[in-house]
Design a protein around this ligand. Structure first.
Ligand SMILES: NC(=O)C1=CN([C@@H]2O[C@H](COP(=O)(O)OP(=O)(O)OC[C@H]3O[C@@H](n4cnc5c(N)ncnc54)[C@H](OP(=O)(O)O)[C@@H]3O)[C@@H](O)[C@H]2O)[C@@H](O)CC1
Ligand SMILES: Nc1ncnc2c1ncn2[C@@H]1O[C@H](COP(=O)(O)OP(=O)(O)O)[C@@H](O)[C@H]1O
Ligand SMILES: [K+]
Length: 483
């Protein structure tokens, strides 16, 4: 599991750890890890390369200056540009001077950056507030120009100007090729839009681990998913593996039913029951589906329902949503059903409910603009989970799963190639199948998104949504080869 902690948690852990160590130890550990990582990103090594350290007035600048000193010690030509020469970290400056580095003010930044091989962004870290102020923003622009000419930009702890806790980018910010972060990930490094500014992530262990509380955010890794995947045992039969009911599709959108069933067949349940008007299309493609023309209440037992893809909003759709919400089994609500599901009824349910909106649908449920949700995904997915007292999977450039009382989950496997019609239908079927197989709503949502994203990454693009479903067994095997 990858963990991300809020700034307050990092600060408390840092204080507790620092109390046990000689002064300056943590910054030295951070700088050593940073310098080593810089060596790794520079093709051809450090010796003789031109490094520009952009140093703000806080400890983030201190880290960058100490790392600059180490790189100078390994033969790099290092120039530090201090944002405010009177306030830059004095010990960091002294270390860089001793190592043979040059120190200059912002006026000389464009000339230094124009010749740089490597730029270290040490303007602000977790102490940054709001978008960059004008003088720092100018440096960010100059760094962007250097990057366009081939320099590698490495952000120290996080790209200056992004919000460490929320992933918001309230104004100007640095864009990095890589970010070297200390002690733990910060939520903003994993959530768009900020995550896009961070580039490749590298975590440097500085010993904070034992002092950190529960994370704000976590990301499953292969081994976590392998542990959660449902695997048939000797005594399994199709019913014990779970039956997932899919209520999807309409005369107008029969394909949504096919795609949701295609996902559901790959999610580990023992059987898929389809309810709706697209039975012929479903059977034509997937003859193993149990098809039922009547309403959900008459379809027979299931261990979880998926309702919504391509459903429409006529009388029958409304009735289906009512019936499904009345069932005492887990329910995944997607697409059209999100609008039809009464909030109070969802709140009153005893069995788990998982909502899977994209940003536009989440915005409509919260009565805010779509852009608001995209700007601050983490806070909005949490608001929605609280409003519905349910688990919420927010889809999009960053997929998040939130539930009250537990760390949110962020999916690490997505790809923008998933932005193709019908891929959400596959996700809802796949995730519902995991629910039917016995995973909690939070686990089903995060494992479903993980497999879905991984399947997309392993499918040649551009692809159609049905190809993602076809690829799930392959990635399942790659995650859990022995099952
Ligand atoms: N925690 C840990 O475990 C460890 C932490 N370590 C390191 O310490 C870092 C935190 O250091 P920190 O607390 O000194 O704050 P930092 O990020 O340098 O920012 C403060 C400076 O930014 C400025 N500033 C603020 N907003 C701004 C804006 N919008 N635009 C422009 N400027 C802005 C602000 O200006 P001021 O408001 O004072 O005028 C002040 O000068 C952390 O990220 C990590 O790198 C490691 O060394 C070891 C272990
Ligand atoms: N820019 C993006 N980056 C990564 N994943 C994306 C992006 N845009 C969409 N997706 C993913 O693609 C799927 C689209 O689902 P959805 O919006 O419901 O589309 P549809 O209704 O066409 O199926 C979701 O899994 C979502 O997370
Ligand atoms: K930084």
């Amino acid at each position: 599991m990858r963990h991300a902690h809020a700034v307050d948690s990092v600060r408390s852990a840092e204080a507790a750890l620092m109390a046990t160590l000689p002064p300056g130890t943590l910054m030295r550990r951070a700088a050593a890890g940073l310098a080593a990582a810089c060596g790794g990103v520079l093709d051809g090594g450090v010796y003789g390369r031109r490094v520009v350290v952009l140093a703000g007035s806080g400890d983030n600048g201190g880290d960058a200056l100490y790392a600059g000193a180490r790189l100078a010690g390994r033969g790099a030509g290092v120039t530090a540009v201090t944002l405010d020469p009177d306030r830059a970290h004095p010990d960091g400056l002294a270390a860089l001077r001793r190592a043979g580095g040059r120190i200059t003010g912002p006026d000389h930044a464009p000339a230094a950056l124009a010749r740089a091989d490597l730029v270290l962004d040490g303007i602000t870290g977790i102490g940054g507030k709001g978008g960059l102020r004008p003088r720092a923003a100018e440096l960010a622009h100059a760094a962007r120009a250097a990057s366009a000419s081939g320099a590698v930009v490495v952000a120290v702890d996080l790209p200056s100007g992004v919000d460490a806790d929320t992933g918001e980018t309230p104004g100007e910010a640095f864009r990095a090729d890589a970010t070297v972060t200390f002690g733990t990930y910060k939520p903003g490094l994993l959530v768009d839009p900020a995550a896009e500014y961070a580039g490749a992530l590298r975590l440097v262990d500085i010993g904070l681990g034992p002092y950190l509380p529960e994370p704000e955010l976590e990301a499953l890794q292969h081994e976590d998913v392998a542990r959660l995947l449902p695997v048939p045992r000797g005594e399994s039969d199709k019913y014990r593996r779970g039956v997932v009911g899919v209520v999807a599709g309409s005369q107008r959108y029969p394909g949504a039913a096919v795609l949701a069933v295609g996902g559901a067949l790959r999610g580990g349940a023992g059987a898929v029951r389809y309810v709706g008007p697209a039975g012929d299309a479903v059977i034509g493609r997937y003859p193993e589906t149990l098809v039922s023309a009547g309403p959900p209440a008459k379809a027979g037992r299931v261990q979880a329902w998926v309702i919504g893809p391509g459903l429409g909003d006529d009388h029958l759709a409304r009735q289906s949503v009512d019936e499904v919400l009345a069932c005492d089994v887990p329910v995944l609500i997607d697409a059209d059903a999100l609008r039809l599901a009464d909030r109070e009824r969802v709140r009153a349910r005893r069995a788990p409910t998982l909502l899977t909106p994209h940003a536009g649908e989440a915005a409509a449920l919260l009565d805010v603009a779509r852009e608001e949700v995209e700007r601050a995904r983490l806070s909005h997915v949490r608001r929605l989970a609280a409003a519905y007292r349910a688990t919420v999977l927010l889809k999009g450039s960053t997929t998040l799963v939130a539930e009250e009382g537990a760390p949110a989950r962020v999916n690490p496997t997505g790809t923008a190639w998933l932005a193709t019609a019908g891929s959400g239908d596959v996700l809802s079927g796949l995730t519902g199948s995991l629910l039917a197989a016995g995973l909690s709503a939070r686990d089903a949502g995060s494992v479903g998104a993980y497999l879905h994203g991984l399947a997309a990454r392993h499918t040649r693009h551009p692809f159609g949504a049905h190809e993602i479903a076809d690829r799930v067994p392959y990635v399942w095997h790659s995650v859990h080869p022995r099952a």
